[in-house]
Design a protein around this ligand. Structure first.
Ligand code: PGA
Length: 248
């Protein structure tokens, strides 16, 4: 089943009020390519001004807390993100799994909190280089999905992002054959975990997506879009990726 593609940008801890000017051209590209969805996930502090500047562009968060409110200093709830104008939230990014020691169970709780508040959760999975070299990539990702996919997820509320840790920010990408193998395995797992909704959940590829490789990666079977880090920071880089995905 061909799903509507999603190209999402993850600004990580980059950006500023001035950088929001990039969103004007990104919105124009999103409006020009009506066959796919486009989103930008800036830092928390830029969600509200981004949503105000480009109301027609989907704005997401890079993380969300699993609790609705309470004594969690420094954290942000799903309802707060909705109020700020977000419609998506990334959960389980490998940088948070590594830097903040987030477990699969915590990632699952975050995804559930996001969905309960009306956000679409973009749930990230992916193996390290050592795990791939040892031949464990498929098993590692299957285990992450078992442990972190919210079983209430649907095609509208859940997106999976396959991001091999060794491809993030390195300029390296897996072969097309390896991407195809992994995405097929993720699809089979989603079908198992989510029954009728499994085939409807989009599976993004992430890790060093650039204008040069976007069309090739987006044309791989079961690749339903991209999660883009560094190349989403400027319209000059991100707009050709949107175009590449639209052409794939
Ligand atoms: P990258 O990051 O595109 O800079 O490799 C992707 C990501 O971490 O989402």
């Amino acid at each position: 089943m061909a799903l509507r593609k999603l190209v999402a940008g993850n600004w990580k801890m980059n950006g500023s009020q001035a950088a929001l000017a990039e969103l004007d051209a990104i919105l124009a590209a999103a409006d020009a390519h009506t066959t796919l969805d486009v989103a930008i996930c800036p830092p928390f502090t830029l969600i509200a001004p981004a949503a105000a500047r480009v109301p027609g562009l989907a704005i997401g968060a890079q993380d969300v807390h699993m609790a609705q409110k309470g004594a969690h200093t420094g954290c942000v709830s799903a309802a707060m993100l909705v109020e700020a104008g977000a419609s998506l939230a990334i959960v389980g990014h490998s940088e948070r799994r590594a830097d903040n020691h987030e477990t699969d169970a915590e990632v699952q709780a975050k995804a559930s909190a996001a969905i309960a508040a009306g956000l679409t959760a973009i749930l990230c999975v992916g193996e390290t280089e050592a795990e791939r070299d040892a031949g464990h990539a498929l098993a590692v990702v299957a285990g992450q999905l078992d442990g972190s996919v919210p079983r209430e997820g649907t095609g509208d509320t859940l997106v999976i992002a396959y991001e091999p840790v060794w491809a993030i920010g390195t300029g390296r990408t897996p072969s097309v054959a390896d991407v195809a193998e992994m995405h097929a395995a993720i699809r089979a797992k989603l079908d198992q975990l989510l029954d009728d909704e499994g085939p409807k959940v989009r599976i993004l590829y992430g890790g060093s997506v650039k204008p040069e490789n976007a069309a090739e990666l987006m044309a791989v079977a079961e690749v339903d879009g991209a999660l883009v880090g560094g190349a989403s920071l400027t319209a000059a880089q991100f707009v050709p990726i949107i175009a590449g995905a639209a052409a794939a």
